[in-house]
Write a protein that binds this ligand. Sequence first.
Ligand SMILES: Nc1ncnc2c1ncn2[C@@H]1O[C@H](COP(=O)(O)OP(=O)(O)OP(=O)(O)O)[C@@H](O)[C@H]1O
Ligand SMILES: [Mg+2]
Length: 195
Amino acid sequence: MRLLQLERVSKAFGGVRAVSDVTFDVQAGELIGVMGPNGSGETTLFNLIAGGLAPDSGRIRFRGADVSGWAPHRVARSGIARTFQLVRPFMGMSARDNVLVGGLYGRERRHRATAAADADRLLARVGLDGKAHVRAAQLTLIDRKRLELARFPSRPARSWPCSGPTAPARRRSSSAWPVSCAPAGAPSAWRRSPR
Ligand SMILES: Nc1ncnc2c1ncn2[C@@H]1O[C@H](COP(=O)(O)OP(=O)(O)OP(=O)(O)O)[C@@H](O)[C@H]1O
Ligand SMILES: [Mg+2]
């Protein structure tokens, strides 16, 4: 099933064409990476998908709906969650509460105990088991990046754009292959098929 479709999406800041005519699609269960030199537009691309920015032209479709230019909260509720290149957890809150913020902001009302159990499961999955009560301010930078990864699946998401060092680069495998050879300076992509 085609989950996310980008059709000739472009975004410029004044004279800087940050994203130019980007077209690709993501199937359900597929893992896609976008890579490029510094400043080649990956973060802008993720901001366009997640609703932080509206495209100047082109279309972004998610599960068939045209979500181009939707506000971020509306995109999030439709099932797209994102991480950020610069992690900014709620520093005064515990790791578990940081994950709970994502888990309790959703379409369905959830019982806090269920959400807390899910949060602990997600923290364990990223290697933060035993640190649920530690405040984010006391975590190392690497652990904060792990926390960022635990926060985003706690939304009822179907698509997870990650940006910068929090992208799941370590999950790249020999079955990943480039799908586009973009001009110098533009991002390229790798793709792994659904298992
Ligand atoms: N809000 C903005 N206003 C003006 N120019 C911007 C804005 N956001 C990004 N740019 C410019 O657009 C281009 C792409 O930036 P972007 O941050 O998307 O690239 P990136 O590949 O994610 O960079 P990095 O390697 O730093 O993560 C850069 O030239 C940047 O200076
Ligand atoms: Mg970036």
